[in-house]
Design a protein around this ligand. Structure first.
Ligand code: MN
Length: 377
């Protein structure tokens, strides 16, 4: 078997940066969708793919072990570097081994196989809504439009260990594999993806059209696609690979990893146009929800009658809490809530990041101390 590969990534119309990364290192292909404040998401997706690429090049371990190592690398970096604390990423990797494709997968990026015009999803989304569908709490139709449909139940790099989904499927000449991030699947329905993959003979044209259609539907998130065509070995060289890259800056020779493009200095007009595009998309589609990365949200609330810093959002969906306590302080919640400013503390005071949550706690501590220093009027 030989393959022809095309790949592309695009920032979309809304995001400030591109936190997606992809890897094309025949016979290994992968996409990763990073998450985390500041540069965290970008660092996580890139580091995960660099790690599996390095291990693959050195022939160390199985694909799943390489993904587990990537988890360690991202988790350790997030502990050591405060600026990327809490970062994580999805990772969907496919490796061609003879007439089989081996898959390793964490998160909600996806692998699909197009065979004889039929599109089949090869991976299972690790999302809250998918879990609720399998438990019969939501219908697949409800899941598609659920406002929290992008909340992940599993990500790479957010915990010391990760459970990696593993699969191997037989492939044959004429098969077409698609790896992509949710910036594509959240904007373009499966049947439209199938149509594009069936229509466009050239994988590069397919990638370009997938990205273009995701942007036309709103481009709410970064969009990444890798299309791998499985072809009959034409007798030249089994390792032959033709590669076409689109959308991304030149890929370094030493690495198949494409750094996400920056879009510095995009004009104000472009930004306004982007927002207008989004408003139109939301109005037209009605069901477009913004991705909620619960793990990148912070708030100050009450735990065990004390002021506490939470990660997540102060809500539950279908019985699943979307938050957990990160720091429980010694400040009694009742003292804070006796001040009008913090009366609604138990509903949660949201913060942009961990540092801001800490600053809110310090302010509460100060205000409570002041209150106790002066007699109540
Ligand atoms: Mn995404």
């Amino acid at each position: 078997m030989r393959v022809v590969v095309a790949s592309g990534t695009d920032i979309g119309h809304v995001r400030e940066g591109n936190e997606d990364s992809y890897l094309v290192q025949d016979p290994l292909f992968a996409v990763a969708d990073g998450m985390g404040g500041h540069r965290g998401g970008e660092v996580a997706s890139k580091l995960a793919l660099e790690t599996i690429e390095a291990l693959f090049t050195r022939r160390e371990g199985t694909l799943v072990q390489q993904v587990e190592e990537a988890n360690h690398a991202v988790f350790e970096k997030s502990l050591l570097d405060r600026s990327v604390a809490g970062m994580g990423t999805t990772l969907t990797a496919a490796m061609l081994e003879g007439a089989r494709i081996r898959l390793a997968h964490v998160g909600d990026s996806r692998a699909y196989l197009l065979r004889e015009g039929q599109l089949r999803q090869l991976t299972e989304d690790h999302t809250l809504v998918h879990r609720m569908v399998t438990e019969g709490e939501l219908t697949p139709e409800e899941a598609e439009v659920h406002p929290h449909r992008s909340i992940l139940t599993r990500a790479l790099g957010t915990e010391p260990e990760v459970q990696v989904d593993e699969d191997a499927i037989g492939v044959q000449p004429g098969d077409r594999l698609l790896l992509c991030t949710d910036g594509l699947t959240g904007m373009v329905p499966d049947r439209a993806i199938a149509q594009i993959l069936a229509d466009e003979a050239d994988p590069k044209d397919a990638v370009d059209r997938l990205i273009r259609d995701a942007n036309r539907a709103g481009g709410i998130d970064n969009i990444t696609a890798v299309v791998v065509d499985i072809l009959e070995d034409n007798g030249t060289n089994g390792a032959a690979v033709e590669e076409a890259t689109t959308g991304a800056p030149p890929v370094p020779e030493s690495s198949g990893l494409a750094p996400p493009p920056e879009r510095k200095g995009s004009g104000r007009g472009a930004r306004i146009a982007a927002y207008v595009g989004v408003l139109i998309a939301v109005a037209l589609l009605g069901f477009v929800g913004l991705r909620v990365y619960v793990d990148t949200q912070w708030y100050v609330g009450v735990s065990d009658e004390r002021v506490a810093i939470y990660r997540g959002i102060p809500a539950s969906v279908g019985g699943f809490d979307l938050h957990h306590v990160v720091v429980e302080t010694a400040i009694p919640a009742a003292a804070a809530q006796s001040l009008p400013l913090y009366r609604d503390l138990s509903d949660g005071i949201t913060a942009d990041d961990r540092a801001e949550a800490g600053a809110i706690v310090e302010q509460i501590r100060q205000d409570v101390a002041d209150l106790q220093a002066s007699p109540t009027p």
